[in-house]
Design a protein around this ligand. Structure first.
Ligand code: NAI
Length: 333
């Protein structure tokens, strides 16, 4: 019997996961890791869900695949799984549209001063009823929109930006030549080249050793003055100390962050402390959301269904989808 172990899945999704896996599997669901028995770890053919705490990984005697129910897998020790012969896959396509929508929502919130006006009107409805006032206002069709990382979400965001008649340019050293032609969008060869021409920059790269603090001092030094920065990818890609300085000197006029290096926000960070205090220099220029870009009822259903299906296809048909540790998977079980 092939066993799929899901160490942390609310009951409302059990049937969705069973249906997506299809016949021939015994599914074991728990609501958190502490409920999983050693026997369940040892006999699981697949584990699906959030990252498995390090102390349990060696117990996976029969496991052939771990499917992370998320796009990001930066905290998963993919080399360790690979050395054990266990494939690791992510679930990259459950929230592509949601995250791209969220990036645009942050852009629009800032460039149309939506949150700004709402807060100001609450504070003083009469005095702040100022239709001809928009401190970060832009005609979007006059803006250049830059995408860092033109993968699934980056492409979806680029298409949305193009629908607002923006001139779109992307920086991504890993997509093949000609992708710009397929998209009908411009390509920048370096991050500095992108930063130098964009009014709005939206981050959509993965977090890894190369991208950690990629948007830092050097990137801001190359940036067009008064740009708007949006990050719905991973918080560690932006150096918050450098962003603090870039916002203080006006290089970055406004920023929308759905993700932070530490979540929830670490208020020891000067930028975030200034945001929370409502310091005058930063007021209304920084908008935060709580890593919520991915969330809709539809995406929550899809993430469970798609990750169960990935495990089932590998165990049943030998079809390995979305594998992120191929380089380490020398001798698959
Ligand atoms: P993807 O793998 O489809 O695309 C990532 C792109 O970034 C690829 O085209 C890759 O070539 C490019 N890239 C890699 N290194 C780069 C570099 N140094 N500079 C520029 N580009 C680089 O990933 P996907 O699905 O589009 O996800 C993008 C990001 O969104 C990830 O960081 C992911 O963790 C994040 N995410 C955030 C969510 C949220 O709720 N805020 C939910 C889902 C994903």
């Amino acid at each position: 019997m092939l066993r799929i172990l899901w160490p942390s899945l609310p009951e409302a999704f059990h049937q969705i996961a069973r249906d997506a896996a299809g016949p021939g599997f015994e599914c074991a669901f728990c609501t958190d890791f502490s409920q999983v028995t050693d026997a369940q770890w040892e006999t699981a053919s697949a584990v699906v869900g959030p990252s498995v705490p390090a102390e349990h990984i060696d117990k996976l005697k029969m496991c052939r695949i771990f499917v992370k129910s998320a796009v990001g897998y930066d905290e998963v020790d993919i080399a360790r799984y690979g050395a054990m012969g266990i494939a690791v896959s992510n679930t990259p396509d459950y929230g592509t549209r949601e995250v791209a929508d969220h990036a645009m929502a942050l852009v629009l919130t800032l460039t149309k001063s939506i949150a700004y006006h709402d807060e100001e009107l609450r504070a003083d409805l009469r005095a702040n009823w100022r239709p001809a006032h928009n401190p970060y206002g832009r005609r979007l069709s006059a803006c250049t929109f830059g995408v860092v990382g033109i993968g699934r979400i980056g492409t979806a965001a680029a298409r949305r930006a193009a629908a607002f008649d923006m001139d779109v340019v992307f920086y991504d050293p890993y997509v093949p030549n000609g992708y710009e032609l397929a998209l009908g969008m411009r390509r920048a060869d370096t991050l500095a080249e992108l930063m130098g021409q964009c009014d709005i920059v939206s981050i959509h790269a993965p977090l890894n050793a190369e991208t950690r603090k990629l948007i830092g001092k050097d990137a801001f030094a190359a940036a067009k003055k008064g740009m708007v920065l949006v990050n719905t990818a991973r918080g560690g890609i932006i150096d918050l100390a450098a962003l603090h300085d870039a916002m203080q000197d006006g290089t970055v006029l406004a920023a929308g962050l759905d993700v932070l290096p530490e979540e929830p926000a670490n208020l020891q960070e000067p930028l975030l402390a200034a945001w929370q205090r409502g310091d005058a220099w930063l007021k209304h220029r920084l908008v935060l959301t709580p890593h919520s870009a991915f969330y809709t009822p539809e995406s929550m259903r899809d993430i469970r269904a798609f990750s169960a299906r990935t495990a089932a296809r590998y165990l049943r048909d030998g079809r390995l989808e979305n594998c992120v540790n191929k380089a380490f998977l020398k001798d698959p079980r």
